[in-house]
Design a binder for this molecule. Structure first.
Ligand code: ADP
Length: 384
């Protein structure tokens, strides 16, 4: 193992906040890291050993970056998977594997994967273009309301729209897409699974996500979810099935819907550290970031149990504010016990931009949730 204070290097594609948080572990363990990101202002820049500016979708840039590392990983899905496949052929360990990422990158392929692996998911129909979808609506083979999803990776709901009428239909983007049944959601749940190359696998406890009513962004993540033990067990079994089907290496965040009828279905997955696992930094014995590093280096995986309950609040830019960022009332919330802010280091704020998160830990989940609401109402991400 030449990683610890040694000559071997982990390469990370993407230098956003997820990359920055992965580096907490590599610094703690004195592991060499190299990062590539399109922005020279990337948050992770300050904590890696070497940093390269480059387009993650560019085949040559990714191959050139990856050929000098021993293990290559990602913190964002939008990377050139042909380049990853080439690197794998050249002997670089790429986790998650190029083949896994290729399926996940395309929402339509991801849905087909669930169907062919008998993984429960909302019923859907695929279309090559917006016109083909419109024709299906005209013929009555797709009826309102439905959820339109672009095949291309969106993020935070940008490639997703509820379509209730022809006017809504006109407003969706061009391109290949799917029409998915609109699900009556009781709760949105998530489970993070981690797998190592030798097939060792661990699951974090099921979490519950509460959404902002209009921005469609996660506002609170509660760990553990407020659900029965038997439901949590079912959710874990489903996440394990998804993980076994993909045979990924590293983290896999599995997003689930609990329907009003009490059914559990898979919405989508992300093969990387995920917002729904940030609670683990303070609330778990092993943070998701450390776990990912353990997995991609084929080390023993860590304990995923909670030491304490955790509620995570996303710190997003306030509406009406664009420009140099200021965190108003941060001192006030720091005075509260169990409040742990994470500031990502982005210089500019924009409405709803993810600028940081705060995890509130407490032995009682309800108390943590109350404090989280107070924190959310107190702190403001605004311009100076
Ligand atoms: P993204 O990848 O952009 O986060 P998702 O597929 O997770 O997109 O969808 C974003 C949100 O939209 C979900 O968290 C959920 O609230 C809602 N949503 C997605 N699919 C459906 C569906 N079939 N029925 C009802 N709501 C949905």
């Amino acid at each position: 193992m030449g990683f610890f204070s040694g000559s071997q290097t982990i390469g990370i594609l993407g230098g956003g906040q997820l990359g920055k948080m992965l580096l907490t572990t590599t610094r703690q363990w004195d592991i060499n890291t190299k990062i590539m990101d399109p922005s020279d202002q990337a948050p992770a820049r300050i904590a890696c050993n070497s940093f390269v500016v480059g387009d993650l979708m560019n085949y040559d840039k990714v191959v050139n970056f990856g050929k000098n590392v021993d293990v290559l990983t990602i913190e964002i899905e939008n990377v050139n998977t042909d380049a990853l496949a080439t690197l794998e052929e050249q002997g670089v360990k790429v986790y998650p594997q190029a083949s896994v990422l290729k399926i996940i990158q395309n929402k339509c392929h991801q849905k087909q994967f669930y169907k062919s692996n008998n993984i429960p998911t909302a019923p859907f129909q695929l279309f090559e273009s917006k016109n083909a979808l419109k024709e299906a609506v005209g013929k009555g083979t797709v009826s309102f309301p439905f959820v339109w999803k672009s095949e291309a990776m969106g993020y935070d709901g940008y490639g997703v729209q509820i379509v209730r009428s022809n006017t809504d239909l006109e407003s969706v983007n061009e391109g290949a897409c799917m029409a998915e049944d609109l699900v009556s959601i009781d709760k949105e749940l998530g489970i993070i699974v981690c797998r190592s190359p030798k097939g060792e696998s661990v699951c974090y406890p099921c979490v519950e996500m509460e959404f902002h009513p209009t921005a469609n962004q996660v506002e609170y993540v509660l760990s553990p979810a407020r659900i029965s033990k038997s439901l949590a067990k079912k959710a874990t079994a489903l996440a394990q099935l998804v993980s076994q089907s993909f045979e990924h290496v590293g983290l896999l965040a599995v997003e689930l819907f609990l329907t009003k009828e009490g059914e559990l279905i898979v919405n989508e997955v992300a093969p990387r550290p995920h917002n729904s696992g940030h609670f683990s930094i303070e609330a778990s014995y092993t943070s998701q970031f450390e776990q990912h590093i353990r997995a991609i280096l084929d080390l023993p995986l860590g304990n995923t149990e909670n030491k304490v309950a955790g509620v995570m609040v996303n710190l997003v830019g306030k509406e009406g504010h664009s420009g140099p960022v200021h965190y108003k009332n941060l001192e006030d919330i720091l005075a509260i016990e169990g409040v742990n802010p994470h500031i990502y280091g982005k210089k500019e704020t924009r409405p709803f931009r993810k600028m940081g998160h705060i995890t509130i830990v407490n032995k009682d989940l309800g108390t943590a949730r109350d404090i989280a609401e107070h924190v959310k109402e107190t702190i403001e991400v605004i311009t100076k």
